[in-house]
Design a binder for this molecule. Structure first.
Ligand SMILES: Cc1cc2nc3c(=O)[nH]c(=O)nc-3n(C[C@H](O)[C@H](O)[C@H](O)COP(=O)(O)OP(=O)(O)OC[C@H]3O[C@@H](n4cnc5c(N)ncnc54)[C@H](O)[C@@H]3O)c2cc1C
Ligand SMILES: *[C@@H]1O[C@H](CO)[C@@H](O)[C@H](O)[C@H]1NC(C)=O
Ligand SMILES: *[C@@H]1O[C@H](CO)[C@@H](O)[C@H](O)[C@H]1NC(C)=O
Length: 525
């Protein structure tokens, strides 16, 4: 049986590995003929330098395609890959790609950090010709310390923003996901949250301007795109409305010292009671304190970030959650920027790691999510811990809400999981390849079925950044995704906001050029 700390480092590696070793993928044979593809390429080469274009026959195609794949199951031969990859360095390259794509019938997928759980940024479920616009060469972060704002390109990874902000001034930070390699483009598009969500909400809540290439190939800022489109790109999920080139965000104040603690509790040490108590305590704590849980096997890790010192945290914990037994020996005081690598990687994580773009996630994964509005009975938590030791069992990650994220109106952005929400659950099912014992996908699906009575209903809400195609996929009729098919999965991610997203899609891309298995369909009537 693994110890708590080796389990914790296995988790870190699984969820957020930051390390060398890139994948090598055999390049497949010549591309299958498809209509218009040569025209597409000759159109493109009028604007885009050839060194930024990769056809399937290019020697570098395999390494460029696999460079940011974070889920090994999509490296399989069965994956439908793009005919071309374009790695733009200028907005005009993106504009040309969209214009040529529309003219010559080549659909596009766009990839920023490649973390999509279903791989929709670089692969298709259907045998269809498409090209990938890979933004990994567009990743500038420009900070305006005086205004406390920044312009960040979509191809930047979250760690690059955190690093640049802290380098400008230790007084500012930015609230987004816990994993440094996540791409800005997909993350902001779906909301994006991490350890400061209770203080500052989602990353998308802090976006104040953006530059988007629309389905006509135009480059639009907030004023030019209008408020419907600007609303839609801040949480409506990537890939439906255009290609977001860069985002202007507000930065947030952080104190000189923050405190992190990580307390493991086994089922033998009362984990069931503690988790049952946590679900009522954690969402109503002061906004400066976030305590999330990673539950795995018979262990619950209570992981906290407090925007303040140990001296202030200990009495707060004693008053609000004495059962956890937290005291000053658990405190790790540091600067906010040091806490960013510390949380996923522990003591070995350094600030420089935030810039490291290589990842060696060795797992195959299937992810699902839920939201909880009413506390789950203690007797059910007891059963949940028996689910966590079944064959093939994965991890449950629970992020408490309340505070800022819950104080924003449900329709202020497309991200609707706000008022009265206690916490988010992510089920992480992983395995290490064919024949590795566990049956791929099965645990998370069984677990999800078991949880149904205890989570949100009508709709059963889910987080679009934890993309899950089990929730449904679009049907295409007359070359346009249907509203009815989209509604099935769309209301789970967006509740009542789905309709406004579909009406916005009808205004900006009525022909459904930007589409994938779970893109917003246009509501044309
Ligand atoms: C290891 C790991 C840890 C994670 N941790 C967290 C976390 O702490 N908090 C959290 O909220 N989420 C987390 N996620 C989920 C993550 O936020 C989403 O997967 C997010 O969409 C990834 O963005 P990306 O740019 O890396 O992905 P991509 O795969 O590049 O893109 C995701 C989707 O957005 C589209 N897209 C990408 N770029 C653009 C663009 N510029 N314009 C328009 N559409 C675009 C893509 O086509 C695709 O549909 C995690 C995921 C992984 C794999
Ligand atoms: C990235 O991380 C790996 C392992 O963690 C390390 O070997 C490599 O040197 C790092 N790269 C940089 C540029 O720091
Ligand atoms: C702090 O808590 C740990 C148990 O988690 C305990 O072993 C230790 O004695 C406590 N220390 C103090 C100073 O209370």
């Amino acid at each position: 049986m693994a110890t708590s700390s080796s389990r914790a480092s296995a988790l870190a590696l699984l969820l957020c590995a930051l390390s060398a070793s890139s994948f090598h993928v055999a390049i497949s044979g010549p591309p299958a003929p498809s209509p218009g593809k040569d025209d597409f390429l000759s159109c493109l080469t009028k604007t885009v330098p050839p060194r930024l274009l990769f056809a399937k026959s290019s020697p570098a195609y395999g390494s460029v395609w696999s460079s940011t794949i974070r889920n090994l199951k999509f490296l399989s031969d069965k994956t439908v890959k793009p005919l071309y990859i374009i790695t733009p360095t200028e907005p005009c390259h993106i504009q040309a790609t969209v214009s040529c794509g529309r003219k010559h019938g080549m659909r596009l997928r766009v990839r920023s950090g490649g973390h999509d759980y279903e791989g929709l940024s670089y692969r298709s479920d259907k045998a269809e010709p498409f090209a990938v616009v890979d933004l990994s060469k567009m990743r500038q972060v420009r900070i305006d310390g005086k205004q406390a704002t920044a312009w960040v390109d979509s191809g930047a990874q979250l760690g690059e923003i955190y690093y640049a902000v802290a380098k400008e001034t230790p007084k500012l930070g930015f609230p987004a996901g816990v994993c440094a390699t996540i791409g800005v483009g997909g993350h902001f598009s779906g909301g994006g949250f991490g350890m400061m969500l209770r203080k500052y909400g989602t990353a998308a809540d802090l976006v104040i301007d953006a530059k988007v290439v629309d389905a006509e190939g135009r480059l639009l800022d907030r004023k030019a795109m209008g408020e419907d489109l600007f609303w839609a790109i801040r949480g409506g999920g990537g890939a439906s409305f255009g290609i977001v080139v860069s985002w202007q965000v507000k930065l947030v104040p952080v104190p000189p010292t923050v405190t992190v603690f990580q307390i493991h509790k086994g089922v033998k040490d009362g984990a069931v009671d503690l988790v049952a108590k946590w679900q009522q305590v954690a969402p109503s704590l002061p906004e400066d304190l976030m305590i999330r849980i990673l539950a795995m096997g018979q262990d619950a890790l209570f992981e906290a970030l407090f925007l303040g010192t140990c001296k202030d945290l200990v009495p707060l914990m004693n008053a609000r959650f004495p059962e956890l037994g937290m005291n000053q020996t658990h405190c790790n005081e540091m600067s906010w920027i040091q806490s960013v690598p510390y949380i996923p990687l522990g003591k070995t994580g350094t600030v420089k790691d935030l810039l490291n773009r290589t990842s060696n996630i060795r797992a195959f994964g299937k992810y699902k999510s839920d939201y909880v509005r009413d506390p789950i009975p203690r007797s059910v938590w007891e059963k949940i811990f028996t689910w966590l030791v079944k064959p093939g069992a994965g991890v449950m990650i629970m992020d408490p809400y309340g505070g800022k994220i819950s104080s924003i109106a449900d329709d202020a952005t497309p991200f609707p999981h706000r008022q009265g929400m206690l916490f988010n659950i992510q089920y992480v099912n992983y395995w290490f390849g064919e024949g590795s014992g566990a049956q791929p996908n099965q645990w998370s699906r069984d677990m999800y079925a078991f949880m149904e009575p205890y989570v949100t209903k009508n709709p059963r809400q889910a987080y679009v950044n934890y993309r899950d195609m089990d929730l449904g996929v679009n049907q295409v009729v007359g070359d346009v995704s249907t509203y009815e098919s989209g509604k099935v999965w769309g209301e789970k991610y967006f509740k009542g906001n789905f309709e406004r997203l579909a009406r916005t899609k009808a205004k900006v891309d009525p022909q459904d050029y930007f589409r994938n298995e779970q893109s917003i369909p246009p509501l044309l009537k």
